[in-house]
Design a protein around this ligand. Structure first.
Ligand code: AMP
Length: 217
């Protein structure tokens, strides 16, 4: 099962992709997470990506396409893509490379959220640098302020989650990534889902779309 989850930053792609991966036993491939790992390991790719990420701009397509082609190739049996494709060109390259192997994306889900919700969600987001658990200062606070419930590590804010960078990430989204929704809509069904509300409810709607597909696979 090959799924693409689209949506603005803060739409809940990461949260829902984790749940989807667990429920259907497929791999969660997040381009942002892979890039952050490359940075933490100090690789050449990580160094090249750094300044783009910190300012909320997109990392150039050639770097991303190579990185994600490798990841997709390894997870051939099934995956949910989070944060990729983020340009029409990335989507076209992905489609071409899947078609060359006789495959295609099975379902595209698009999470829709209001800008104000995005800004509130992202600026309040905190994560554990050790285990990756994600919290929100208001909507999903840890038991002890600023400390991970799972391993007691002090929580951090992603450097690109500040209000100024979030505004740029949103602007980048509308200019470069929103057209990916129209690209997919021109050739197949895209499932638009209102993702402003409670994550549990949104997950139920997503599963309602994916369960029948999983039964067929
Ligand atoms: P994310 O964790 O998905 O919000 O991604 C964090 C940052 O990584 C983005 O703001 C971009 O700078 C970069 N990035 C992630 N995925 C892509 C992509 N598909 N194309 C270009 N840049 C990306």
């Amino acid at each position: 099962m090959k799924v693409v989850l689209l949506g603005a930053p803060g739409a809940g792609k990461g949260t829902h992709c984790k749940r989807i991966a667990e429920r259907y036993g497929i791999v969660h491939l997040s381009s942002g997470d892979i890039l952050r790992r490359e940075r933490a390991e100090g690789t050449e790719l990580g160094k090249k990506a750094q300044s783009y990420m910190d300012s909320g701009s997109l990392v150039p397509d050639d770097l991303i396409v190579e990185m994600m082609s490798r990841a997709v190739q390894k997870a051939k049996a099934g995956y949910v893509l989070d944060g990729f494709p983020r340009t029409v060109n990335q989507g076209q390259v992905l489609d071409r490379s899947l078609a060359a192997q006789g495959g295609e994306i099975d379902m595209v889900v698009n999470l829709e959220v209001d800008d104000q919700v995005v800004v509130e969600r992202i600026t309040g987001r905190r994560s554990c640098p050790k285990c990756g658990a994600v919290y929100h200062v208001k909507n999903m606070p840890p038991k002890v302020d600023g400390v991970c419930d799972k391993d007691g590590t002090r929580l951090v804010q992603r450097p690109d989650d500040t209000e100024e960078v979030v505004r740029n990430r949103l602007e980048t989204y509308y200019r470069q990534t929103r057209p990916v929704v129209d690209y997919y809509k021109s050739g197949r069904t895209v499932h638009d889902i209102d993702a402003n509300g409670d994550a549990g409810v949104v997950a139920g709607v997503i599963f309602g779309k994916l369960d029948p597909l999983a039964r067929k696979k």
